[in-house]
Design a protein. Structure first.
Length: 76
C-alpha cells in the first residue's frame, strides 16, 4: 500500500464507513443458504491422520473431496 502525504488535515479524505458486523453475518448466511440450494456440500472427515507420502495423502483427499464427480471434470 502506498504512503500518501497531506499538507493539511483538511486535505485528508474522510474515512470510509465500516461495515456492520451483522451485515457480514447476514451475507455469510445468505451464501450458505445459496450453497445448500444449489447442492454444494463440503464435509472433510474428522480427526487427524498421518501419511507416509504425499501420494498417500492425495489418494485419501480424493476419496472424500468430490466422491460423486469425475476427477477430470472441470465443469463447475
Amino acid at each position: 500500500m502506498a504512503v500518501r502525504k497531506f499538507r493539511r488535515i483538511e486535505d485528508v479524505p474522510d474515512h470510509p464507513a465500516r461495515a456492520n458486523a451483522l451485515d457480514g453475518l447476514r451475507a455469510a448466511c445468505e451464501l450458505s443458504e445459496l450453497a445448500a440450494a444449489i447442492g454444494i456440500h463440503f464435509a472433510a472427515p474428522r480427526g487427524v491422520r498421518r501419511f507416509r507420502s504425499i501420494e498417500e495423502l492425495d489418494e485419501h483427499r480424493r476419496s472424500w473431496e468430490l466422491p460423486d464427480r469425475d476427477p477430470g471434470d472441470n465443469a463447475s
